[in-house]
Design a protein around this ligand. Structure first.
Ligand SMILES: Nc1nc2c(ncn2[C@@H]2O[C@H](COP(=O)(O)OP(=O)(O)OP(=O)(O)O)[C@@H](O)[C@H]2O)c(=O)[nH]1
Ligand SMILES: [Mg+2]
Length: 245
């Protein structure tokens, strides 16, 4: 029996982008077996929720591994949505999330799942990374690439953890490692991955960065200036918390 994987897709206003990606993901994971998927809709408006129901209902009927979506009553932020999904899942060897927009393809998701399954006991978290930016495998706007690189340097220098890309939208965590740190996780916005990384590191878990192919999908929600400031502020909060431990 392969290790079981529970994959959450955090969604905010994603009805325009998620359809084809989710359909492909369902096909690919059905072939893999042992994967469940839950879409967590993060408090979008009523019209958007109705559109999401229209997309998800037929797919849920076709694919047993696509669990009933979770519709949150209010917007929690990307991290809040991921954790809400993970906390619902009582049985899985691995917890994972992937962005809804398909920037990271279903094939790449499958590749990382298989890589995780090579571990006889789930031990090392896998953080996908847009490291291979010079290989032609990563297509990203130069502004996003630059800010992402600066943010990566900020994270590694302030937190003293070697990481190139803490923000890539695909991660797999051993559930046992998540359970050890879950109660301490506070950040629910776009910087939640940084707190996750620091908590895993501080609790003795190892994290591997795995280069992946990434083809940026237009229509992203991250506001480069506003969200970068918020995320940098959150990194400072994490640093302060760690220094007080
Ligand atoms: N739950 C939740 N998810 C969000 C929110 N904003 C964005 N997301 C999700 O987070 C994921 C990443 O957001 P994107 O809009 O793809 O981000 P982006 O601007 O394209 O940034 P990159 O993908 O890193 O280049 C997607 O699955 C979004 O639906 C939010 O407020 N709440
Ligand atoms: Mg995106």
């Amino acid at each position: 029996m392969p290790a079981s994987v529970h994959l959450v897709i955090p969604c905010y206003q994603e009805s325009g982008r998620i359809g084809p990606f989710l359909a492909e993901l369902c096909e690919v994971t059905q072939a893999l077996g042992g994967v469940t998927i839950r879409v967590v809709e993060d408090g979008s408006d009523a019209a958007e929720v109705a559109r999401m129901r229209g997309i998800l209902s037929p797919l849920c009927q076709q694919h047993a591994q696509l669990l009933d979506p979770l519709f949150l009553p209010a917007n929690l932020g990307k991290g809040g949505a991921v954790y809400a999904g993970w906390n619902l899942q009582q049985h899985a060897d691995w917890l994972a999330f992937v962005d809804a927009d398909g920037s990271c393809s279903a094939t790449e998701v499958a590749r990382l799942i298989q890589l995780a399954r090579e571990q006889s006991t789930p031990r090392t978290a896998l953080f996908a990374s847009r490291l291979s930016q010079f290989s032609g495998q990563v297509r990203r706007q130069w502004k996003r690439r630059l800010i992402g690189r600066v943010f990566g340097l900020l994270v590694s220098s302030l937190l003293h953890i070697r990481i190139h890309d803490s923000q890539c939208g695909l991660k797999l965590i051993p559930r046992s490692a998540y359970l050890r740190i879950a109660s301490a996780l506070r950040i629910h916005g776009f910087a939640f991955d940084v707190e996750l990384l620091a908590a895993l590191h501080d609790s003795g878990s190892t994290v591997d960065e795995i280069p992946i192919a990434w083809h940026e999908t237009p229509g992203g929600h991250v506001h480069l200036v506003r969200d970068s400031f918020r995320m940098a502020r959150d990194v400072l909060v994490i640093r302060k918390q760690r220094s007080g431990q």
